[in-house]
Design a protein around this ligand. Structure first.
Ligand code: PLP
Length: 447
């Protein structure tokens, strides 16, 4: 490989970008070096920008990143460096986070239906804050981890959500929750707070006010039962696309905290997944085959076959109900025409976009998909022999100088390449004003 080549990572490898660069420019360079398989470019700067925006919008709400959303170690390490906590749902997720040196106090075991062996593991490693929503779970925890700090998960559904969760988790707040809190008091368990999750990709902001109000009611009930409740966990549901805005949700959340917990000392935490993961990852895929169809009315339609599909990154189309948008990597002059985009496997289900309009593409041309970091890579498989895309992680040189000082373990865990980018067209360059300010605090949160 020639020096400065855009190598894709099997291990934790960060490419430190010098001078003027853009994610699109990096994709072009990888492609020009002869890449054939699909790949991601992940910009650590986007994660930092989103963290800073969160802190500005909701200073009272401590984010505990939901590892399930994307367990890429460099993403997790970056968030650890910034000072977030972590929502882990299994033994393996706890292990991943703790093996990076993150302390147990910064983890919530946020799965209301846990395997006994996972509770044992968590307890042995000091992770004792965990959620529950049933009587059976309370008895299980009483046996295995009697000193755990429990958070009752209530149901609180947004009017619309990409992935509703209330059908599976969360006890009814007015009927089941009071009964469970009373049982916890009788069992002398330590109930530390209330959690809810409005649904992932929530389409309603007001729902957070409803959840926070019910949490306050349950805190009042807890007081009468002698429970010492101090944690409100507002879960996930926050949008993650680059052009989404946290402002509306933040206004609702901040007002509801003030109205319901203004005079009471509580810690407010959240479990954002998609918010941190989505926008940092851009997926590049190559068109390797095309097929031209004409219907009975003589309308033509092109089928484009790309090298990643619903068994790979685009599992998000099936499981996460995402709508993905394809953009040609290179500017095309031709008019957009009716087409569909298909994955590489032999399954008819492997359809990425059933109907869209794109300029005419030839085989060997590349399509780019933005905002692809949430609920994609951890679920992807290499079915039919098509590899899961590798990730090329990039970071601006000035930001890296600051970030590496905050890195949870020493820099040696990561291979660092210095990557000057070749000459680029002016339209492919990100304005450098978007570079995060190289001053970061690291408030290490604990639950
Ligand atoms: N917390 C829990 C318990 C979840 O189940 C999920 C997603 O399923 C999340 C947090 C992350 O949600 P989101 O990606 O919508 O922020």
């Amino acid at each position: 490989m020639k020096p400065g080549a855009m190598r894709l990572a099997d291990e934790e490898r960060v490419c430190v970008m010098e001078g003027e660069w853009s994610s699109t420019g990096v994709i072009r360079q990888v492609v020009e070096e002869g890449q054939e398989d699909p790949f991601y470019v992940m910009d650590l700067g986007e994660i930092v920008r989103r963290y800073q925006h969160w802190k500005a919008m909701m200073p009272r709400v401590e984010p505990f990143y939901a590892v399930k959303c994307n367990d890429d170690k460099l993403l997790v390490r970056t968030l650890a460096a910034l000072g977030t906590g972590f929502d882990c749902a299994s033994k393996a997720e706890i292990q991943l986070v703790m093996d990076m040196g993150i302390k147990a106090e910064r983890i919530i075991f946020a799965n209301p239906a846990k395997m006994a062996s996972h509770i044992r593991y968590a307890t042995a490693r000091g992770v004792t804050t965990m959620t529950f929503d049933s009587e059976a779970e309370l008895h299980k925890i009483k046996q295995i981890s009697p000193d755990a700090r429990l958070v009752i998960r209530i149901r609180c559904d947004a009017a619309a959500a990409q992935c509703p969760l209330g059908i599976k988790f969360g006890c009814e707040p007015l009927t089941e929750a009071p009964r469970l809190l009373k049982l916890a008091a009788v069992l002398k368990l330590n109930v530390a707070g209330v959690a809810f999750h409005v649904g992932s990709g929530a389409g309603e902001s007001a729902v957070y006010a409803r959840g926070i109000k019910v949490a306050r009611m349950l805190f009042d009930l807890g007081d009468t039962l002698g429970l010492d409740m101090r944690v409100v966990d507002i879960g996930g549901g926050f949008a993650g696309d680059a052009d989404s805005d946290l402002r509306d949700v933040a206004r609702v959340v901040n007002a509801a905290i003030e109205a319901n917990f203004g005079e009471r000392e509580v810690r407010v935490i959240a479990e954002p997944g998609r918010y941190f993961a989505a926008a940092a990852y851009t997926l590049a895929t190559m068109v390797h085959a095309t097929r031209q169809l004409t219907n009975a009315s003589s309308e033509s339609h092109t089928m484009y076959f790309i090298n990643d599909g619903v068994y790979g990154s685009f599992n998000c189309v099936l499981y996460d109900h995402q709508t993905v948008v394809a953009e040609p990597l290179d500017p095309c002059d031709s008019r957009p025409e009716a087409c569909s985009v298909w994955g590489p496997t032999c399954d008819g289900l492997d359809c990425v976009i059933a109907s869209c309009r794109l300029p005419a593409l030839r085989t060997g041309q590349w399509l780019v998909f933005k905002d692809m970091g949430a609920y994609t890579l951890p679920v992807a498989s290499a079915f039919n022999g098509f590899p899961v895309p590798k990730v090329k992680t990039i970071v601006d040189k000035r930001l890296w100088a600051v970030l590496k000082e905050l890195w949870p373990l020493n820099e040696a865990d990561v291979t660092v390449d210095i990557c000057p980018l070749g000459p680029q067209s002016p339209e492919s360059l990100t304005p450098r004003s978007e570079t995060p300010s190289p001053t970061l605090e690291s408030p290490h949160h604990t639950v």
